[in-house]
Design a protein around this ligand. Structure first.
Ligand code: 8X3
Length: 246
């Protein structure tokens, strides 16, 4: 019997790679995204196993309705909370409140609303919630206050959610990647050129690398829960503390 994964942000990057990975293994894939043309192209590529839903993560009513999908689409085994938005890296005093608010609405409010809506189905099916956090959840860097703050929420939400789901058999995993070359960075940096410069000669992770980790955690024996999984490219490590001298 085939399983069903619900993926947010399926039109590019990790969400798209995960859709292809799971569909390729015979799963039904429900994918949300904002860009109808890309959803339609993916529907053509994946065929009947794919249910495209044009939904913005800030539309809480639409997210709430995803808990009411009819069989077989309603039988969600895995919720992959992938959709995420990073405002341009700028220090708080200069940052734009509009984009900060969107990051909070997408990365936190939308994620919680959707998880709450789908949880009854996941509990019924002893399913799995996989949340895309980031290394920014743990390691601070300049200009990352809002993005890192939202990802720290995602990480801690994942861990705390496990406590609330004790005894249900539902698994929860926080996946925390470092540098992954996707469109996400084009949005964050403002241009393809800036994104290319960031990833030049450093062999970043790919969306497929992360999709593979999602596949791995989802297919472990049902008694095994990966709580958190931090992944970086080999060429990314930590910087030292910044010291201001007067
Ligand atoms: C973003 C990862 O390394 O660019 O989620 O902060 S990193």
């Amino acid at each position: 019997m085939s399983k069903t994964i619900l993926i947010t942000g399926v039109t590019a990057g990790i969400g798209l790679a995960a859709a292809r990975r799971f569909a390729g293994e015979g799963w039904r894939v429900i994918g949300t995204g904002r860009r109808g043309d890309r959803l339609r192209a993916l529907a053509e590529e994946l065929g009947d196993v794919f249910l495209p839903l044009e939904i913005d993560m800030r539309d809480l009513d639409a997210l709430g309705q995803l808990g009411q999908l009819k069989a077989p689409w309603g039988e969600v085994d895995l919720l992959l909370n992938n959709a995420g938005f990073a405002p341009p890296q700028s220090a708080m005093p200069e940052g734009d409140w509009g984009v900060m608010g969107s990051a909070i609405a997408t990365n936190i409010t939308g994620l919680v609303a959707l998880t709450k809506a789908v949880l009854p189905k996941l509990i019924e099916r002893r399913g799995h919630v996989v949340n895309l956090a980031s290394i920014a959840a743990t390691y601070p860097y300049k200009g990352g206050a809002v993005y890192g703050g939202t990802k720290a929420f995602v990480r801690q939400f994942s861990l705390d959610l496990r406590c609330d789901l004790e005894g249900t058999g539902v698994r929860v995993t926080s996946i925390e990647p470092g540098m992954v070359e996707t469109e996400f960075t084009v949005v964050r940096t403002g241009s393809q050129e800036a994104s290319d410069k960031l990833y030049a000669n450093m062999n970043p992770l790919t969306a497929e690398d992360i999709a593979e980790q999602v596949w791995w955690v989802a297919n472990l024996p049902p008694h095994v829960n990966i709580n958190a999984l931090e992944i970086m490219p080999v060429n990314q490590t930590w910087a030292g503390f910044a010291v201001h001298r007067e």
